[in-house]
Design a protein around this ligand. Sequence first.
Ligand code: GUN
Length: 297
Amino acid sequence: MTHVIDGNEVADGVREGLRDCIDDLESAGVTPGLATVLMSDDPASETYVSMKQRACEDLGIDGSHHELDPDAPADELFDVVDELNDDPGVHGILVQMPVPDHIENEAVLRRIDPIKDVDGFHPENVGRLVAGDARYKPCTPHGVQKLIEAADVETEGAHAVVVGRSDIVGKPMANLLIQKAPGGNATTTVCHSRTEDLGAVTRDADIVIAAVGVPELVDGSMIAAGATVIDVGVNRVDADTEKGYELVGDVDFESARERAGAITPVPGGVGPMTIAMLMYNTVKAAGVQEDVAIDLP
Ligand code: GUN
């Protein structure tokens, strides 16, 4: 029987552990604070940010939200980030990506104080991750690590294939998998749009992580029997539904499930973990900045 990994259940477990940390912080007079910043009309980005704020509310994290007109000049966004950098009640800052084309994503990431960069996207934090001394592991890859662990799948010595090389998922995912650390020690291959014969590579994998943004790219014929399949994709495709679309992953779930030993669904797999790990990083950030020792889950 294929194990369908329940991301909501694993995320619940992380949140329960975080509640204890938040209690310890409260006892020391600290309420963790997360500021989200949105400079986009994209409905998916709006949904993601409101889910992040709801998660804060649920845990008793002090969430604040800042919205900017997508046509505003870059300086307006930088001023908001500077104010949040200087606000001692804000331990984590998240600017929802992408920002409008007239602003360089990189310039925004560099503007955030690295100690408050709960995405782990600032070059200093990327460098620390690559060096094996991560301060904040990027939320989605960290969540994938937790899912693999929860499914009792060993990464050590396994061949892990990451499909996708984005800064947000593919690259940090590969870096986590090669760390000399629990959840790492995998022989790791990164595939991308120029990979020849993707199926030949994924068929050799014990663990396939699809994070490429192409609906149902990875199907059952590309999966080895018994492999673990983690689907990071969230793609809106036209469908005859009330909203006019449905969400599908980068994996063709039905055919992949026939072959896989364990697989994540979309929705209900990686998505809930991304938000739980953002809460994790925010709680960690509060502990670090306020010098309170906490036992993270
Ligand atoms: N856009 C898509 N995913 C993410 C994420 O994890 N963090 C931020 N800041 N923006 C995103």
